[in-house]
Design a protein around this ligand. Structure first.
Ligand code: 5AD
Ligand code: SF4
Length: 462
């Protein structure tokens, strides 16, 4: 792990902080949070901490939280409760809670009051200050709280990556869209694109280290560059990344339908490293609900986009996020969603019951749909989508696909697990551990959630 001067200087003050100590990290939520946790781990390791096998062994427990729905917030509450006896047994244990949930003032205050055994409460903008905050928290008897909204550059922070062959690469932080149900713009702030030269430098350095796959991250990658003076957009960035030697796959998420340009679809079609997968959340198929959600596109425009993607890029995968039970969603609105799902034919869709988030516009709307009805709608939607996923996967049987091997299957140690360029999970038998390799695999069976394959030959596609 290379450190630049600025980070080295910051960390110098706290250089001994973690000597002889270990940490355990819990991460909730999205890929951006997973990557933030890699940064937290990087910071901790550069101050001497080592990773602990479990929370009982750790001197420091960090919880990186998610606020997008109520469930992950409840899980954090429950987790904090279970950590209390651990802290009583081990007085020196330091507990830090941070991320999207604690960025909300009321929640930070609640945690401080309700869980006095927590040493540090930090927000989404605190990472550059993390070493100093942690040092203060370890010395102080009171809970240290830092949920300031100013953020120093994150460019120089160390990163301890989970994988050796695929890496997350944030390209834009925050969100400007204010979809009426969503807490993200409140907890992650306005859009901040990373300068293109920083992203390219990181991509080149990862390629030199042997990374084959990058996933570009942003709440809305399509608005990349709009806040930069250079005038580059996301298509420009992809075009440049496609030239980076050594890289084999470039993924990106999430795309917002209102900003996905025809030019971008062309770049994906042409760029041989750019994976043909669009995660393009539709949220609802009803124009009335889309308007209430402040999504700024219609179902017709959305379906047109999906058609255009599939026309220009045969075999491309489109996945989506869908919310059921938005305030005032009628039977007809829900039927519109079902019809859209049948027409769009998503490879996969993540389906959620609407969860009111305090402080958002939708939380003030009258929510008259009973819970049981929301659950029934979720069930019906999921059933239809599962059938479609199964049908689309079945079309791959007999075909040879390129798989990047991620490791042994969790359920069956004789099988390896990897992903296709279209982000589908493939399991196949192999006595040899081929983790981190790109291999041709023939699909022999299709399931709803994954595919079963067999190795075509020992030949790598690298
Ligand atoms: N309730 C339910 N689902 C939500 N999402 C975002 N906010 C909410 C909410 N309040 C879903 C959206 C988004 C995904 C990451 O989470 O579908 O695309
Ligand atoms: Fe939330 Fe909408 Fe921004 Fe996505 S685009 S993070 S759903 S506000």
């Amino acid at each position: 792990m290379e450190l630049t001067d600025k980070t080295a200087e910051q960390i110098q003050q706290t250089a001994q902080m973690g000597e002889g100590k270990s940490y355990f990290l819990y991460t909730f939520g999205c890929q951006m949070n997973e990557h933030d946790s890699e940064v937290i781990a990087g910071i901790l390791e550069s101050t001497g901490f080592t990773a602990a096998a479990g929370p009982e062994e750790a001197d420091l427990i960090v919880i990186n939280t998610c606020a997008v729905r109520k469930k992950p917030e409840e899980k954090v509450g429950a987790l904090l409760g279970t950590l209390q006896p651990l802290k009583e047994k081990k007085k020196d244990l330091c507990i830090a809670v941070g991320g999207c949930m604690t960025q909300q003032e009321e929640i930070a205050a609640y945690i401080k009051k309700r869980f006095p055994h927590v040493n540090l409460v930090f927000g989404t903008h605190s990472l550059p200050r993390f070493p100093q905050l942690l040092e203060r928290a370890m010395l102080s008897r009171k809970t240290v709280v830092d949920i300031e909204e100013y953020a120093d550059s994150r460019e120089d922070l160390p990163i301890s990556r989970r994988d050796k062959f695929k890496a997350w690469l944030p390209v834009i932080y925050g969100c400007n869209n204010f979809c009426s149900y969503c807490i993200v713009p409140y907890v992650r702030g306005r859009e901040r694109s990373r300068p293109m030269k920083e992203i390219l430098a990181e991509a080149r350095s990862l390629a030199r280290e042997g990374y084959l796959e990058l996933t570009l991250l942003g709440q809305n990658v399509n608005s990349y560059g709009q806040d930069l003076p250079e005038g580059h957009d996301f298509a420009d960035l992809l075009r440049e990344l496609n030239k980076v030697e050594g890289l084999r796959r470039i993924r990106f998420m999430t795309s917002h339908p209102k900003d996905l340009s025809p030019g971008l679809i062309d770049v994906v079609a042409r760029g041989e490293k750019i994976c043909e997968h669009f995660h393009l959340p539709v949220q609802s198929g009803s124009n009335r609900i889309l308007k209430l959600m402040n999504r700024r596109y219609t179902r017709e425009r959305y379906l047109e986009l999906v058609r255009s993607i599939k026309e220009k890029i045969p075999g491309a995968a489109v996945t989506s996020d869908i919310i059921v039970g938005f305030p005032g969603e009628t039977k007809e609105d829900f039927q519109d969603t079902l019809d859209l799902v049948k027409e769009a034919r998503f490879d996969n869709a993540f389906t959620f019951i609407y969860s009111p988030r305090p402080g958002t516009k939708a939380a003030q709307m009258e929510d008259a749909v009973p819970r049981a009805q929301k659950e029934e709608r979720l069930q019906r939607l999921a059933e239809i989508q599962h059938g479609i996923s199964q049908e689309i996967n079945a079309e791959l049987v007999g075909k040879v696909v390129e798989v990047l091997v991620e490791g042994r299957s969790k359920n069956n140690p004789e099988m390896l697990t990897g992903r296709t360029r279209t982000n589908k999970l493939v399991h196949f038998a192999s006595p040899e551990d081929l983790t981190g390799r790109l291999l041709p695999v023939k699909i022999i069976e299709a399931r709803t959630w994954n595919l079963i394959g067999e190795m075509v030959s020992g030949e790598e596609t690298v």
